[in-house]
Design a protein around this ligand. Structure first.
Ligand code: NI
Length: 129
């Protein structure tokens, strides 16, 4: 890391081109701090190698778990333990910071096919929640 400066977390997430795509904004103690924004939902997935920490900065991220859904509001933190299946979704654009050991915005990490290239959720995707 070059200059020591403050990172506008919510602004960095808002500036992203793609939904459900992570950008690294900081690194400390072996963890990556990544911003992302979401709408619609990801696919069901789990991370066997790391816990996934969400800190929501705008909107509400509804984290689907096999045991039910957990709404995470702006200003709230939620930890998904490694190995636990999850499917985050958002009614409106929601922005958040994720802490983890690697970037997980890939097909294996649940990134939906429609989100590549800056597209929005398909009608079927939005109506299928
Ligand atoms: Ni995940």
């Amino acid at each position: 890391m070059d200059a020591l400066r403050a990172v506008p977390v919510d602004g960095a997430a808002a500036a992203l081109d793609e939904f459900w795509s992570q950008e690294i904004v900081g690194e400390a103690n072996g963890s990556l701090f990544k911003v992302a924004k979401g709408i619609g939902s990801t696919e069901w997935h789990a991370h066997d190698d790391q816990d996934e920490v969400f800190l929501v900065t705008h909107g509400t991220l509804v984290v689907g778990l096999r045991t039910g859904e957990v709404p995470v509001n702006a200003g709230e933190l939620f930890v998904i333990p490694r190995g636990v299946e999850h499917r985050p979704r958002a009614e409106e654009e929601t922005r958040f910071l994720i802490v983890g050991s690697t970037v997980t915005s890939s097909a294996a990490g649940g990134k939906p096919a429609w989100s590549y290239g800056g597209g929005g959720p398909l009608g079927a995707e939005r109506g299928n929640r």
